[in-house]
Design a protein around this ligand. Structure first.
Ligand code: NAD
Ligand code: DAU
Length: 370
C-alpha cells in the first residue's frame, strides 16, 4: 500500500490516471494537488472526493511550504508529477507561465519531496515519476528513425523548452542528491476529458457547431497518437517497476498526419449522424445534420511558428521492460473519443464557456480535506 501524490490530477491525463489508479490499486491513499487553472476540471473526480476515495487539494506546486506540508502530513511514497502548462500554442503567445510552472514548479516540488524523504529517512523506498513529452527531442524528418531514449534534446517551442528544462532538473536531482526519480517522455494523447483547445476535441466540437476546422499549414505534420488509457497503464508500470534515473519513451505506434486525423474525425461524425437522427436536432449547425460531410468545414490556416514536422517514438525499452500492453487501436480509440464528446455535451460546453471555472472559484476553497 502506498500514499500517492498526483500533481495536475484535475487535468486531462491526471483525471484519467486518478481513475485508473483507483481502479487498479484501491488500497492506496491518493492525494490530488492541482492549481485549477483554465485546463482543470474535477467534475469526474467529484464522486471520488465525496466518497472519500481521494483527497483533493487546490494548490500550486510553486508553493514550497504547502508542498512540504503535504509530504509531512501524508508521508507520500509515490509521486506522479503531471502538473504543467501543456499547450504549445499558448506557450508561443505567453511563455512565462510555462517557465514558472514547468521549471520553477517542478524544482519546488522536487526540493520538497527530497527534503521530506531525506528527513524522514524514507527516500530509499520512494519514487518520483516525472511525466514529460516527446517534444523535448524536437522534430523528425519524414524518414528519420523514431526518437529513442538516447535522442538528443532539441526543443523548439517554449513549452518543449520548459519541459526539457524540467527533465534536466529531475536528472540533476538523481545524479546530485540521489533522488529516486525517473522520467517518461510520451507522444500525443487523446481520449476522454481532453481540453477543447487540443487538436482532436477542437475539431470535434467545431464540426458540431458548424465552425471552420483550422488545419495549420498544409496538414502534413505527423503525430504519434496514444490513447490516454494506454499512457496511464504505462505510467503505473513505470512508477512501480522502472529503474531510478531511467527514462522511458511511451508512444502509440500510430503515426498519422493532421489531414488524415481531421478527415477521420469528419467521417466518424458523418457516420454517427447518419446512424442517429437525434444528433441533427441536438447539433443543427453541423453539416452532417443536413446530410453534408463535415469535411466541407476543413480550412487550411497560417502555420504554427516553429511547428515540429513529425514525432515518432521507439518504445522498445518500455515494451522490453514492462511488456507490450498498448491495447487501443487508433481508429477504434478515435471512434470512442468522438462518441464520448457527443455524449458529454454538458462537460465541454461548461469548459468552453468558462462557467466551470467560475463555479470552482465560488464553491471550492483552498482545500477540501477528508
Ligand atoms: P492539462 O493541461 O490537461 O493538465 C495540466 C493540469 O496541471 C491542469 O489541471 C492544471 O490546472 C494543472 N496545473 C497547471 N499549473 C499548475 C501549478 N502551478 N500547480 C498545480 N497544478 C497546476 O495537461 P495534460 O495534457 O493532462 O498533461 C499532463 C502532463 O503530461 C503534462 O506534464 C504534460 O507535459 C505531459 N504530457 C502530455 C501529453 C499530451 O498529449 N497531453 C503528452 C506527453 C506528456
Ligand atoms: O507530443 C506530446 C505533446 O502533444 C504534449 O506534450 C502536449 O502537451 C500536447 O498538447 C501535444 O502537443 P501538440 O502541439 O502536438 O498538440 P496539439 O493538439 O496542439 O496539436 C496537434 C497537431 O495538430 C499539431 O501538429 C498542431 C496541429 N493543430 C493543432 C490545433 C490546435 C492544427 O492543425 N490545428 C489546430 O487548431
Amino acid at each position: 500500500m502506498h500514499s500517492v501524490l498526483i500533481t495536475g490530477g484535475a487535468g486531462f491525463i491526471g483525471q484519467n490516471l486518478v481513475h485508473a489508479w483507483r481502479a487498479a490499486r484501491p488500497d492506496d491513499l491518493l492525494v490530488v494537488v492541482d492549481a485549477m487553472t483554465y485546463a482543470a476540471n474535477i467534475r469526474s473526480l467529484e464522486p471520488l472526493i465525496a466518497d472519500r476515495c481521494i483527497l483533493f487539494v487546490k494548490g500550486d506546486i510553486k508553493d514550497g511550504a504547502l508542498m512540504r506540508r503535504l509530504f509531512d502530513e501524508h508521508a507520500f511514497t509515490r509521486v506522479a508529477h503531471l502538473a504543467a502548462e501543456s499547450h504549445v500554442d499558448r506557450s508561443i503567445v505567453d511563455p512565462e507561465a510555462f517557465l514558472q510552472t514547468n521549471v520553477l514548479g517542478t524544482f519546488t516540488l522536487l526540493k520538497a519531496a527530497h527534503d521530506a524523504w531525506r528527513s524522514s529517512g524514507t527516500i530509499d523506498g520512494a519514487r518520483f515519476l516525472h511525466v514529460s513529452t516527446d517534444e523535448v527531442y524536437g522534430s523528425l524528418g519524414p524518414s528519420d528513425p523514431a526518437f529513442s531514449e538516447a535522442s538528443p534534446y532539441r526543443p523548439n517551442s517554449p513549452y518543449a523548452a520548459s519541459k526539457a528544462a524540467s527533465d534536466h532538473l529531475v536528472r540533476s536531482f538523481v545524479a546530485t542528491y540521489g533522488m529516486p526519480a525517473l522520467i517518461t517522455n510520451c507522444s500525443n494523447n487523446y481520449g476522454p476529458y481532453q481540453h477543447p483547445e487540443k487538436l482532436i476535441p477542437l475539431m470535434i466540437i467545431h464540426a458540431l457547431e458548424g465552425k471552420p476546422l483550422p488545419i495549420y499549414g498544409d496538414g502534413s505534420n505527423v503525430r504519434d497518437w496514444l490513447h490516454v488509457s494506454d499512457h496511464c497503464d504505462a505510467l503505473m508500470s513505470a512508477i512501480e517497476r522502472g529503474g531510478v534515473g531511467e527514462t522511458y519513451n511511451i508512444g502509440g505506434g500510430n503515426e498519422r498526419n493532421n489531414r488524415d486525423v481531421v478527415g477521420l474525425i469528419c467521417d466518424t461524425l458523418d457516420g454517427a449522424f447518419a446512424a442517429d437522427r437525434g444528433l441533427a436536432t441536438r447539433f443543427p449547425s453541423c453539416p452532417a445534420a443536413s446530410g453534408q460531410s463535415c469535411r466541407a468545414l476543413i480550412s487550411y490556416v497560417t502555420d504554427r511558428p516553429g511547428h515540429d514536422h513529425r514525432y515518432a517514438i521507439d518504445a522498445a525499452k518500455l515494451d522490453r521492460e514492462f511488456g507490450k500492453r498498448r491495447s487501443t487501436g487508433f481508429e477504434a480509440g478515435l471512434g470512442q473519443t468522438v462518441h464520448w464528446y457527443l455524449d458529454q455535451e454538458d462537460w465541454w460546453r461548461e469548459v468552453t464557456s468558462g462557467a466551470y471555472k467560475a463555479w470552482i472559484d465560488k464553491n471550492y476553497g483552498f482545500r477540501i480535506a477528508v
